[in-house]
Design a protein around this ligand. Structure first.
Ligand code: ADP
Length: 476
């Protein structure tokens, strides 16, 4: 753990193991922190806040540039740790580290533009000004699927804003967090500004974040169920919150789309990170006239995908995070098949060629999926693409919006008017139009409905860590 600028063990002296999801082997042991360690980290963050919040935007900017440089210098080390601990192919891990570092570059620039306002006053002898102030100490809880960039997407804007932070990373990927913090340390971030508490059991750390009055902002990325629990808890002290939760993205292939281009797109986005992404397509609505061409191209590409260790350059798809994830995917596939779905390809665990020790599942396509199947509503978080055929008579927008989630959606069409109608009608926060990567550090990322609250990245991302303060001055 990293508290007050120093690497430290847990007060209770406990440790827990981090394992490789491709082989089941233990990689290392990590301090197993609890309430006392979290309080210690908040103490450090409180001490540091007094001076850090008084630095100028230019001073903070300079430090953020240094973090960007140190993350770039450590890119290979970070990526290798990620492939070993999280499982994604090395190329994808390198991309994630770069994406993660880019938040520091972007907020190093943006922090110099957190302008306030002067506001016309109703009285001649009155003046109004509006300033932004850092909200204070931030508790950040991060997931395992993007174990580096989900930390930096929070830490970069938070410290740019003048806040200090305590991060609790996911229990499956603590080493990625440790490596990320080494870059923070090398860049010379002052002690206490960023702190890391690793823990096997997240609940006690979360409880301290909720109950300690000094934590004024809670930022969370993870499941909707845990997000709701934390939102209820944060209400007690009316903490500022942002939540980036689950998704159930529709991927729409319109009558006028090019089915081959759409199939190439969906292969890239659906199996990214073995389907373990909140923006992963979870319902593929394909116009009936396009189904054969789309499925033909899609299946032939999926069947060529090789699963295995992310260190093997020929591997395109890594393991799932754990056994429970494999079981969930398998349960959804079996349920769909029992209710009449057609298996186009895949549909089983992978245990041959030494994969039995890891958590592997074949990239899978299901056709003829209907709303009665679990996969139509439950987030899959795995390598399964459920295809739903639709007709001209169907209300496509109503079907696509029929979910409690509202994070990402994708549309393939060659008609500008169709693109615009769907862009405007879809109740999702991030929409790719003939594009499978509608994300960038400069673009606000976040969802509607039960996919969350607030945005990360872009100018909106730093406002999540700033309070608004208005001054009314009388000249009398
Ligand atoms: P997933 O099911 O994808 O692992 P979770 O929501 O369980 O998603 O995990 C996301 C993050 O939330 C992880 O860092 C995890 O440790 C943390 N977490 C899970 N349960 C709690 C809790 N009760 N309090 C605080 N954090 C939690």
């Amino acid at each position: 753990m990293f508290i007050d600028g120093k690497w430290t063990t847990a007060e209770a002296g406990r440790v827990f193991a981090s394992t490789n999801p491709a082989t089941g082997e233990v990689i290392d042991e990590i301090p197993d922190g609890g309430s006392a360690d979290t309080v210690r980290a908040i103490d450090a963050a409180e001490n540091a806040f007094a001076s850090w919040s008084q630095t100028t935007a230019y001073q903070r900017s300079e430090l953020l540039y240094k973090v960007y440089d140190s993350m770039c210098a450590n890119r290979e080390e970070l990526a290798r740790t990620m492939t070993e601990e999280q499982g994604k192919p090395l190329r994808a891990a390198r991309n994630e580290v770069q994406y993660g570092a880019d938040f520091f570059l972007w907020y190093a620039e943006e922090v110099k533009r957190t302008y306030g306002r002067t506001i016309p006053a109703p009285r001649a002898d009155q003046r109004f000004i509006m300033h932004y102030h850092p909200v204070g100490i931030v508790g950040a809880i991060t997931p395992w699927n993007y174990p580096v960039s989900m930390i930096t997407r929070k830490v970069a804007p938070a410290i740019a804003a003048g806040c200090t932070v305590v991060v609790k990373p996911a229990e499956s990927t603590p080493l990625c967090a440790v490596e990320t913090f080494k870059s923070f340390e090398q860049a010379g971030i002052p002690g206490g500004v960023v702190n890391l508490v690793t823990a096997k059991d997240p609940a006690p750390v979360g409880e301290v974040f909720l109950n300690d009055h000094r934590v004024r902002k809670l930022t969370f990325t993870g499941s909707t169920a845990v997000g709701k629990h934390l939102a209820r808890g944060a209400a007690e002290q009316m903490k500022r919150t942002s939540f980036e939760l689950g998704g159930h993205a529709p991927f729409i292939v319109c009558k006028d789309a090019d089915p081959i281009i759409a199939a190439k797109g969906v292969v890239l986005v659906k199996f990214l990170n073995t389907g373990q992404a909140c923006i992963s397509p979870n319902r593929l609505y394909v116009h009936r006239s396009q189904v054969d061409a789309f499925l033909g191209e899609f299946a032939s590409r999926v069947e060529k995908m090789k699963a295995g260790s992310g260190f093997d350059e020929s591997v395109g798809i890594g393991p799932l995070v754990n056994e429970a994830a494999v079981e969930k995917v398998d349960r959804q596939v079996k349920d769909a098949l029992e209710k009449g779905a057609r298996l186009v390809t895949g549909g089983r665990r992978l245990t041959d060629n030494g994969l039995d020790k890891g958590h592997f599942y074949t990239p899978t396509i299901l056709a003829g999926v209907t709303p009665q199947m679990r996969i139509y509503r439950e987030e899959t978080f795995g390598p399964v693409a459920p295809v739903i055929e639709y007709d001209d008579t169907d209300d496509l927008l109503a079907m696509a919006n029929d979910t409690s989630y509202g994070l990402a959606a994708y549309v393939y069409t060659r008609e500008l008017s169709t693109a615009m109608q769907l862009f405007e009608g879809l109740r999702f926060g991030i929409i790719g139009i003939n594009d499978i990567n509608p994300t960038a550090v400069a673009a606000p990322f976040g969802g509607m409905k039960e996919s969350g609250l607030g945005r990360e990245g872009g100018p909106e991302g730093i406002l999540e860590y700033l309070d608004v303060k208005v001054g009314g001055f009388s000249l009398r």
